[in-house]
Design a protein around this ligand. Sequence first.
Ligand SMILES: [Zn+2]
Length: 100
Amino acid sequence: MDIEKDKRYGWSVTALTDDTAAWLAEQPGMADITASRQTLLEVTTTSDDGSEETTTVKGGRQTSKNLSIKYICPKCGTIIRATREVNVVCGDCGVPFERA
Ligand SMILES: [Zn+2]
């Protein structure tokens, strides 16, 4: 059972990487980016729910991809980012962070 699980997990990761590579190859302007290895492209898309997805491409290769949600302390204005929905309280002010 454990071995089967591991195999399935490994296959999932490979499939995701392939899909991501295929997606990147289909993006407009990818040919130009690949041609110039100095090019650094960062694309940030904001969803209706406030979550941001940032994709950084350097030299035609994807270097990072983060799905982050921005939170702000309504009292002191401190901004934090989380990779998922979290319920956090500002240690200085004692008030909960709100989604920015
Ligand atoms: Zn605060």
